[in-house]
Design a protein around this ligand. Structure first.
Ligand code: PEP
Ligand code: MG
Length: 607
């Protein structure tokens, strides 16, 4: 566990006495830090000669091969340092290093650079530069590209540029910058921080990171979050305003960087740091405490996970399993669709990292507002004629129309169930026939795998149903006969019950899960689930609302799954409740017909 370097509040850093400058970037890793700036400049490359003056083609080929070998060696060395990183960073950088390694081994880049040496008589530097520019431009954002694909395209473009940068430094002998000589406790400021740089940053020495380039979702940002280093990226003109040794306040939550802060600003930053320290201490203590009511009943607190990078936070905040792993992230950018082996590798890694805790994985929930552009791209056109895709072919309905997608995912999940306790969840169910059909496919997949010689657990993993439609809620009695567990998807259930679009109206008064109609559907589902002795978990957003949790406990729920970040506040609430008080609240709430009254009752209870 990396210990985060923190200057104590009231440290001796004094104002510079220069005019204060406030800069705004993207806050990508939270935390407030007061520190002296340490600027890390990268030495520029020399001018690249297009053609060799003295060397032969053969010599250039050899230089290129040597640079590739050296770069691969450096990447291997970097990989050997990964063990010191937290899991999240390790996964991220490991995958990235593999991408770089592939680009250096018989790749298009290497083949084309060699061809340019022979056919155009270029220098190795110039061949690498030209060819990587072409490939980066092809991989990068294209005109008319759908919004959701741009981020990924930028990332791939960056990967080509990074490999070229490494090759060019090795070809020209201009060294990489080292962060090891940066004074301990400084804020590292640079034009650009690359993911591989982030991997060698020592969070015990570097108090914060700020750069002119970068974005919220790029590899660097993910790495810095994993390292738990407060960081702000994409600060325009950063280096024109800051010099080596300037006093800076970095706020990784708001993205604000204050240069030469005055005394009042310093004082409020110190207060923010003290508050953060108190909060961290509280969460650390809370994680070790049981999630138990004052009256003794245990309440299971699980995490919803959108991308595997969230796993460290899940552990830090004390989740005891995954209640909902949304698998859409796997299908987002990959073309063609991820195959069984590719999916298995991801599930197996997650399940293994959960170390024996339940991992509930939901099959692909495309349709509605999710994945429409990608569906069109793949020629899956069930949506073409739909005016309102939220009411059409989405979730399990889509998968049953395209069973090849479902079968591949189920096979991968079945294989992963040998690595740890997996539960499989079906989204957007509206009739029992869909569950029966899915179970038949599921069993067929298991038979097929066994015929292939794949070892599976003697008992297949539980198959659960999400209650997200009024139809599913009202037929929960039939569904539990076919399903092994239920998960209450209150986000969609609220939308379909109240006829309010969740995307457009989230946060508006119209869209509220605390509505008598939704509550009754939930009660109906919980009663049916518990009567059939099935486990019932709530995994919609309401599970993260500490005010609503007492009411749901009163309804009989004992399992909640939420974003990992919300877990401490829910646990705090759970530990302050008695079952009698929850039951009493629920008995009053279920009789209430008026949503406004219901809200008042719930917030008064928690106050
Ligand atoms: C839900 O609908 O409540 C749910 C958990 O699923 P999602 O938010 O992914 O649609
Ligand atoms: Mg849903």
């Amino acid at each position: 566990m990396i210990k985060r370097l923190r200057r104590p509040a009231g440290s001796t850093l004094l104002p510079d006495g220069l005019p204060m400058i406030s800069l705004q970037g993207l806050g990508i890793s939270p935390g407030v830090v007061i520190a002296r700036a340490s600027l890390a400049h990268e030495r520029p490359l020399p001018h690249i000669e297009p053609t060799p003056t003295q060397r032969t083609v053969e010599a250039e080929r050899e230089r290129l091969d040597q640079a590739i070998t050296l770069t691969l060696k450096q990447l291997r060395k970097l990989r050997s340092k990964l063990d010191a990183l937290p899991e999240e960073g390790r996964i991220e950088i490991d995958a990235l290093l593999s991408v770089y390694e592939r680009m250096l081994s018989h790749s298009r880049l290497v083949r084309a650079a060699h061809r340019r040496l022979t056919e155009d008589g270029l220098t190795a530097e110039s061949a690498v530069q030209l060819e990587s520019d072409v490939l980066a431009a092809q991989a990068g954002p294209q005109p008319g590209m759908p919004e959701e694909e741009i981020e990924g395209a930028r990332r791939r473009e960056g990967e080509f540029r990074e490999v070229a940068r490494r090759l060019l430094r090795n070809l020209t002998g201009v060294s990489f910058r080292a962060f090891s000589d940066i004074p301990g406790g400084s804020a590292l400021l640079a034009e650009q921080i690359r993911p591989a740089d982030a991997a060698v940053i020592d969070p015990n020495r570097i108090a914060a990171v700020v750069s002119e380039g970068g974005g919220v979702t790029d590899h660097t940002a993910i790495m810095l979050r994993a390292l738990n280093v407060p960081a702000v990226l994409a600060v325009p003109d950063l280096l024109t305003h800051v010099s080596d040794g300037s006093l800076v306040i970095v706020d990784g939550s708001t993205g604000r960087v204050t240069v030469h802060p005055d005394s009042a600003t310093l004082a409020s930053a110190r207060e923010a740091m003290a508050e953060e320290a108190r909060e961290r201490k509280g969460i650390g203590r809370l994680r070790r405490l049981p999630s138990r009511l004052l009256s003794g009943e245990d309440i299971e607190l699980l995490a919803n996970v959108e991308i595997p990078n969230e796993l460290p936070l899940l552990h830090r905040n004390g989740a005891t399993g995954i209640g909902l792993l949304r698998t859409e992230f796997l299908f987002d950018e990959s073309a063609p669709l991820p195959d069984e082996d590719g999916q298995y590798a991801v599930y197996a890694r997650i399940v293994t990292e959960m170390a024996g805790m339940n991992t509930t994985i939901r099959v692909l929930d495309w349709g509605g507002e999710k994945g429409l552009a990608r569906l069109r791209q793949l020629g899956i056109d069930d949506h073409q004629e739909e005016e309102n895709p939220a009411l059409g072919v989405r979730g399990l309905r889509l998968l049953l129309r395209h069973p090849e997608i479902l079968e591949t995912q189920l096979c991968a999940l079945l294989r992963a169930s040998l690595d740890g306790p997996v539960r499989i969840l079906l989204p957007m169910v509206s009739s029992v026939n869909e569950v029966i059909a899915t179970r038949q496919i599921f069993e067929r997949c298991a038979r097929r795998l066994r015929r292939r010689g794949v070892r599976l657990p003697a008992e297949l993993p539980p198959l659960g149903v999400m209650i997200e439609t009024p139809a599913a809620a009202l037929t929960a009695g039939a569904l539990v006969m076919q399903a092994d567990f239920l998960a209450l998807g209150t986000n969609d259930l609220t939308m379909y019950t109240l006829a309010v679009d969740r995307a457009a109206s989230m946060g508006s008064a119209l869209y509220t899960t605390l509505h008598p109609a939704v509550l009754r559907l939930l009660r109906f589902s919980v009663d049916e689930g518990l009567r059939a002795r099935r486990s019932v978990c709530v995994c919609g957003e309401i599970a993260a609302d500490p005010h609503a949790v007492p009411l749901l406990i009163g309804m009989g729920l004992r399992s909640f799954s939420m974003s990992a970040a919300s877990l401490p506040q829910v646990k705090r609430m759970v530990r302050s409740l008695t079952i009698e008080a929850c039951d009493d609240l629920y008995r009053r709430a279920i009789l209430t017909e008026d949503p406004v009254q219901l809200h008042e009752m719930v917030s008064q209870f928690a106050a």
